[in-house]
Design a protein around this ligand. Structure first.
Ligand code: RFL
Ligand code: PHB
Length: 389
């Protein structure tokens, strides 16, 4: 088999790239290790930057997102019982959109299927060959047979545990990592959200977040020790803990109900450099991870896809390789800024096991500064809605 671009990974990064390429008349094959149902069962991101929405529009698949997504003009920050609001639109002119990653992925699969684009599911043993030559190829097994796809370029969109990043030799690859000493326990419940906007809460008992998917689907998180297991948390224990961490006014009106999903995600900051090796390009979680506090994971994946899509389009349609050559440097410049913001928001809002009395005072002062300073709120809003591509 031959194609122009092999895309490894059928998560949001890989699917979005495949759809943009298809629109530009560039042929691609997506290889996904799991089934479509499995990918759609993962509950993850909920907040989309305008840049993400624009890419979905460019790919011609923003219809449902535009009709069903909820536009949020700002967010609430709580510290103990005190709450203040940061107005994104007033400060930057731009809102964010609440629309689940599951729905984004569903729309992308539907569009790819409708267009007859190729996705090979349940691939095993995907291996990248000759990425530093001008004739790379990928081998794998699917449906019990060994297969080979020859191509011009390979997009490594296979998430944090994928094979693409590992293909780059240790002598070339440099990894930067910070692992946080806690995780997020998250639940999804068919209850109305406690507020119209998200509440990010710093409390003496640890961080909590009130988020949502729609009028009758809420997503809540509490910071928890890494040793906790989701199955050991009853729904009642979760709701009790959440109520203790959010302002009383919100706790009093919180509607609780059975959870329909419950899981723990560890928090990590991670970047690999470079994001390109010969004809292999890394995109999304394959190249970088942020703690979810700034809602940047899926959105940083989108900026990588934007740069790679334009680079490939310039190569195939304009005969220019400037974008291809500059991909890693360009993508990393924006990634590191999103890493900084996610790390800052994580430090601002969580309790750390080794936090000293001085550290706590610094955190309180930082929150007070954010509450009182127009400039600080503008900086926060600018980062939250997404830095320009
Ligand atoms: P994914 O989604 O991990 O998809 C990678 C795909 O590659 C497949 N794969 C392979 N396929 C073939 N061969 C192999 N060897 C393969 N190895 C892996 C996998 O099966 C999978 O289908 O990466 P992608 O596409 O880069 O997308 C990244 C996003 O999923 C991620 O950044 C976000 O979910 C992060 N995130 C959030 N991002 C936001 O922008 N806003 C948010 O509000 C937000 N909230 C979150 C989050 C992530 C969370 N968790 C659980 C990590 C909240 C949470 C709790
Ligand atoms: C979510 O709704 O899942 C969500 C929202 C904001 C975040 C992280 C996760 O910062």
């Amino acid at each position: 088999m031959r194609t122009q671009v092999v895309i490894i990974g059928g998560g949001p990064s890989g699917l979005l790239l495949s759809q943009l390429l298809l629109k530009a008349g560039i042929d691609a094959v997506v290889l996904e290790r799991r089934t479509q149902d499995y990918v759609l069962s993962r509950i993850r991101a909920g907040i989309l930057e305008q840049g993400f929405v624009n890419l979905m529009r460019e790919a011609g698949i923003a219809g449902r997102l535009e009709s069903e997504g909820f536009v949020h003009d700002g967010t609430l920050i709580a510290a103990g019982n005190e709450t203040f609001r940061i107005d994104f639109v007033e400060r930057t002119g731009t809102p964010v959109v609440v629309y689940g990653q599951t729905e984004v992925t569903r729309d992308l699969y539907a569009a790819r299927e409708a267009a007859g684009g190729r996705i090979i599911y349940e691939t095993d043993g995907v291996t990248i060959h000759d990425a530093r030559t001008d004739r790379p190829y990928v081998t794998f097994t699917a449906g019990g047979t060994e297969q080979r796809i020859d191509c011009d370029y390979i997009a490594g969109c296979d998430g944090f545990h994928g094979v693409s990043r590992q293909t780059i030799p240790d002598t070339v690859r440099k990894e930067y990592e910070k692992v946080y000493p806690f995780g997020w326990l998250g639940i999804l419940s068919e209850t109305p959200p406690v507020d119209d906007e998200l509440i990010y809460a710093n409390s003496a008992r640890g961080f909590a977040l009130c988020s949502m998917r729609n009028e009758n689907l809420s997503r809540y998180y509490v910071q928890c020790p890494l040793s906790d297991r989701a199955e050991d948390w009853s729904d009642d224990a979760f709701w009790d803990e959440l109520k203790r961490r959010i302002p009383e006014e919100a706790a009093d009106k919180l509607v609780t109900g059975p959870s329909i999903e419950k899981s723990i995600a560890p928090l990590r900051s991670f970047v690999t450099e470079p994001m390109q090796w010969g004809r292999l390009f890394l995109c999304g979680d394959a190249a970088h991870i942020v703690p979810p506090t700034g809602a940047k994971g899926l959105n940083t994946a989108a900026s990588d896809i934007h740069y790679l899509y334009h680079a490939l389009k310039d190569h195939y349609l304009e005969g220019s390789d400037a974008g291809i050559e500059g991909y890693s440097a360009k993508a990393l410049l924006r990634i590191w800024k999103a890493e900084r913001f996610s790390w800052w928001m994580t430090n601002l809002l969580h309790r750390f096991p080794d936090q000293t009395a001085f550290d706590l005072k610094m955190q309180q002062a930082e929150i007070a500064f954010l509450r009182d300073s127009d400039a600080a709120q503008t900086v926060m809003a600018e980062n939250y809605v997404g830095l320009p591509y």
